[in-house]
Write a protein that binds this ligand. Structure first.
Ligand code: ADP
Ligand code: K
Ligand code: ZN
Length: 436
């Protein structure tokens, strides 16, 4: 494979040098954090009075964790470390799990962030000859502008199409010869279904690659998108608290996401004991931002579940790789006392060829018991009037799910395109159980 590096000196930096660089930047980040009301109190309370109290990387552990709750409490300016007139932009999280949180950027912050996104894009083999259609929400959400800036930095022709309106998306692809897109994996699946429905031929578009992220998806879903659209799909991970996209990304090897360790420090912790775990073990990802001045955030508990690979990547980059994020600690469902992650259900349904591109998890209360209903679209090649075939398929899904999650679900089959599609992050779970 012909690997290309945006900044090979940094991307292939020997671990020892990389860690020394992290310590240097962490000292500066701590000094910057001490300028905010929140960290002034938090850090001095933990005995950290200046960046000089950080001598080695393991001193990171002296810093208390920061949670989403802290960020909400600090709204609107508790985490701002520079005079307001130096701020040039703000972004906010999508608010998937509650009230949104706000992040401020100065001019240098935007420049650095753009550099990380460009590094990700370039590392998948893109260059200035590419035409990049950014099919994701623009606005407060970081995915739109974040990828837009990164794409321009690489020199690609960027089409700021935004999400939704698939018919217009096809037109843009055909008119301008789009070679790369960015979207949520659920939107990519929707695009493929719509292509069939509207009779758009694969030959009429030049698409070769997609960056897919902003929500969890399984390896089976990736493979499905790759096979159906005949493209390469690269996993993109980011969060607004760490600028947005550009935190961790797959290289051409597509085996885990390189976390850019010159910009972020990653740790995996046990979400119950809060103790750091060794590489290889699965737990909650904790991130420290080393590349933003306006809103310093240290040891942020992402609630995202992952682990670090322990082997080296064939691409030669030295930055550690994260395993595909399977979900968040807080999207775990408790169904009749059994813990189920939506990703477990996705893994089962998306692996089946007869299943279409969309599904929905519904929870109801039936008397005292929880009822799990899995609504699944059938593939375009399955005839909805063949009841024997449909019953067999239903039974196959039910049995496989039961074996996986130990709960007996009710399975409903729906026609392709019948289930709701979201333009931003997919809403896969509908919990109709009364909250008490
Ligand atoms: P919110 O936390 O409100 O959803 P963000 O827009 O900042 O706000 O979304 C960041 C979150 O999206 C991450 O913490 C993670 O849960 C999810 N996410 C982003 N990219 C991926 C990905 N590639 N795989 C799985 N989850 C992802
Ligand atoms: K160009
Ligand atoms: Zn690699």
């Amino acid at each position: 494979m012909n690997f290309q590096y945006w900044n090979s000196e940094i991307e292939k930096m020997p671990r020892q040098d990389l860690e020394a660089l992290q310590v240097k930047k962490l000292k500066a980040a701590v000094d910057q954090a001490l300028k905010t009301p929140f960290y002034k109190e938090r850090l001095t309370g933990a005995g950290i009075k200046s960046g000089d109290d950080i001598k080695t990387l393991s001193d990171l552990r002296k810093i208390p964790y920061t949670t989403k709750h802290d960020l909400r409490d600090g709204f609107p300016y508790g985490f701002l470390s520079i005079p307001k007139e130096e701020v040039v932009r703000l972004h906010a999280s999508s608010g998937t799990t509650g009230a949104p949180t706000t992040i401020y950027f100065n001019a240098g912050d935007i420049k650095r962030w753009t550099g990380y996104v460009a590094r990700c894009i370039y590392g998948t083999g893109c260059n200035k000859t590419d035409v990049f259609q950014n099919m994701i929400t623009y606005g407060l959400f970081t995915g739109g502008l974040g990828f837009h800036q990164g794409g321009e930095e690489v020199g690609m022709l960027v089409i700021p199409s935004g999400s939704g309106n698939t018919t217009r998306q096809f037109r843009l692809m055909q008119d301008f010869g789009t070679t790369v897109v960015h979207a949520t994996p659920s939107f990519l699946l929707h695009v493929e279904s719509k292509m069939k429905e509207e009779g758009v031929s694969r030959d009429s578009i030049k698409l070769r690659k997609a960056f897919a992220g902003a929500e969890p998806y399984s390896e089976d879903t990736r493979r499905r998108i790759e096979e159906l659209l005949k493209i390469d799909v690269y996993n993109s991970y980011g969060l607004s608290e760490m600028n947005g996209p550009g935190v961790a990304f797959e290289c051409q090897c597509k085996s885990g996401l390189h976390l850019w360790e010159d910009g972020y420090i990653g740790e995996i912790i046990d979400p119950d004991t809060l103790e750091p775990l060794p590489d290889g073990q699965t737990g909650e990802l904790v991130l420290t931002c080393l590349c933003r001045e306006a809103t310093p955030i240290l040891r942020y508990r992402t609630r995202d579940l992952s682990s670090f690979y322990t082997d080296a990547c064939a691409c030669g980059r030295t930055h550690r790789r994260l395993r595909r994020i399977t979900g968040r600690t807080d999207d775990m469902l408790i169904i009749n006392g059994v813990n189920v992650f939506p990703s477990q259900i996705e893994e089962v349904v998306m692996a089946m060829k007869e299943v279409g591109n969309n599904y929905l998890i519904v929870l109801e209360k039936e008397g005292v018991l929880d009822r799990l209903i899995v609504k699944v679209e059938v593939g375009a090649n399955v005839f909805m009037d063949d009841s024997r075939l449909l019953n067999a398929l239903k039974e196959k899904i039910r049995k496989t799910l039961q074996a996986m999650i130990t709960i007996n679900p009710k399975v409903e089959l729906h026609e392709s395109g019948a289930l709701p599609v979201s333009e931003g992050k997919a809403k896969r779970v509908q919990d109709n159980r009364p909250k008490d």
